[in-house]
Design a protein around this ligand. Sequence first.
Ligand code: SF4
Length: 182
Amino acid sequence: MDSSAGAMRGLSRKKPDRVAGLIEKARQNGADHAVLIPASSVVTASWVVWKCRYGCEDFGRTHTCPPHSPPWTETAALLREYEKALLIQADQSFRIRYLVYFLEREAFLLGFHKAFGMGAGPCRLCESCDIHAPCRRPEESRPSMEACGIDVYATVRSHGLDVAPLKNEKEPQHSYGLVLLT
Ligand code: SF4
């Protein structure tokens, strides 16, 4: 009797409903867009981290930036272990960093035990990041997509979303994050 009721409860928790709930939570918490995508559509490339190495003043300065973040080959292997992910857009990178942490936790609590979030830009949770000491907020801190070698431009455009380099500070910003789900 009990096990049958348990089975019924298990059957009633269908994944599409949980995903719809996550998308709604993303929107309620500041995402402009949240779409379910195949993990296989996330593009990785070696050149991405070279852009960090030659051009970003934060290179090597946070636990979540290259060369401390996972190399792109490891990210490519990680992506092969997933089927679906949530791609999230917001107007600021700090909002994305909050959202991926929040949604990863929500997804985990909903039963997506593999849920893992990746944000945008260098981690700014602390005033300064001491890379010679352990991370002070490891539960919340996540690497950005680009720090892990994800070609954000190619990935985002393949799903019809808008992304372009900012020509000046007045242009609207579109930041992206990813929450790997299943
Ligand atoms: S949470 Fe703090 S210590 Fe950890 S990566 Fe971010 S800035 Fe560095």
